[in-house]
Ligand binder design. Structure first.
Ligand SMILES: NC(=O)c1ccc[n+]([C@@H]2O[C@H](COP(=O)([O-])OP(=O)(O)OC[C@H]3O[C@@H](n4cnc5c(N)ncnc54)[C@H](O)[C@@H]3O)[C@@H](O)[C@H]2O)c1
Length: 333
């Protein structure tokens, strides 16, 4: 590998724009080699964002074979995963993949097996893990028992069905709000409280007039039982015009922690009235990307906090919730 890590992108939409804007564009040790998107204009827009560097492709295989990147960013909607990962794994290329890693468990398991077989470096876009607030709470949890948590993503949903919102409201494309968006909080719950044993989910539908292609739930409430005995409740809604935002509140034997907002500012309450406040970061993508690029350069993990195995586990929980919404039954993992 030269001094610079040569990157290829598969999927070059909104989230790629954010990663570039928030820092990746200015990393001195990165070279933008290839931009792939089904829509060539979208790929070309990303190329323009980095001063015209890199070639535009509409076919991922062609990009990989022509450009031969050192690492690949797979930035696809949930329904599109699988073929891109297989191409990348076949060439033994380390990859960063945005959350959620797949819409179904079979795809995620197949990819996870390939990653394991070749011991590939991977990073999954659960950027919240990199926050100081989350790290501090995790550290405190190391010496006490988790008890309860609740939290979720509550909003009004899309006003127009364009860009991401065109596929987001279609259950067979996004997997629903819990799988696609609340996945950040699923992962955070796992990161802080540990693995999940069973899932029960209640869907909420029919709250608003929707176009026929709007097939996701209006809201859902998902009950989690953790393997260590703790319990959690995660809610999602795209039906409340007054919002509600992003939050996670947890209790352990000697702590209450309240995370609020996308940036996950935390207020931690400890025994004897001790309180710790940690503001969340506005820019977190750069930290996550730095860890991935450093790891690719070293050929070993240098700070990646969520790997494909974590992506698989979050998918497993979300897919179980979708099954529970359909059947009304508790799903054991
Ligand atoms: N980490 C975060 O906070 C965060 C925020 C937003 C989105 N995301 C995730 O990023 C992923 C992408 O979201 P987005 O906002 O960029 O969506 P988007 O719709 O803006 O972009 C997706 C792009 O993928 C392209 N595409 C689809 N199938 C393809 C294929 N087979 N080959 C090549 N290109 C293909 C589309 O043409 C589109 O341009 C989603 O999984 C989403 O959940 C993560």
């Amino acid at each position: 590998m030269s001094d610079k890590v040569r990157l290829g992108f598969i999927g070059s939409g909104g989230i790629v724009r954010s990663h570039l804007e928030q820092g990746l564009k200015d990393f001195p040790d990165v070279e933008f080699a290839g931009w792939c998107d089904l829509n060539a204009e979208t790929a070309a827009a990303r190329r323009e964002q980095v001063g015209g560097h890199g070639e535009v492709f509409v076919d991922a295989q062609q990009m990989l074979d022509v450009v031969k990147p050192d690492a690949v960013y797979i930035m696809l909607p949930p329904y599109a995963h699988g073929p891109a990962e297989e191409l990348v794994i076949a060439r033994r290329i380390p990859f960063f993949v945005e959350k959620p890693v797949a819409i179904d468990l079979e795809t995620a398991q197949r990819v996870a097996e390939g990653v394991e077989r070749y011991n590939l470096l991977t990073s999954v876009g659960y950027m919240t893990r990199y926050r100081k607030s989350v790290q501090r709470v995790r550290e405190l949890l190391g010496t006490q028992k988790p008890v309860l948590l609740h939290g979720g993503w509550l909003g009004g949903g899309p006003a127009k069905y364009e860009g991401i919102w065109a596929w987001w409201v279609q259950k067979d494309k996004s997997g629903g709000q819990f799988l696609e968006q609340t996945t950040h909080t699923i992962d955070l719950a796992r990161y802080l409280f540990g693995d999940v044993r069973s899932v029960y989910a209640a869907p909420v539908r029919g709250c608003r007039e929707r176009p026929p292609f709007f097939t996701i739930e209006d809201a859902s409430m998902v009950q989690l039982q953790f393997r260590n005995g703790a319990a959690g409740n995660l809610y999602s809604s795209c039906s409340t015009s007054v919002g509600g935002g992003i939050s996670l509140t947890l209790w352990a034997t000697d702590m209450k922690a309240e995370f609020t907002g996308w940036e996950h500012t935390v207020k931690i309450m400890l025994p004897d009235g001790e309180t710790i406040n940690i503001p969340g970061e506005q820019n977190i993508f750069a930290k996550e990307d730095r860890a991935f690029i450093d790891s690719v350069k070293a050929g070993a993990n240098r700070g990646i906090l969520a790997t494909y195995a974590d992506g698989l586990k979050a998918t497993q929980i979300a897919v179980a919730a979708n099954r529970s919404m359909d059947t009304g039954e508790v799903v054991e993992l």
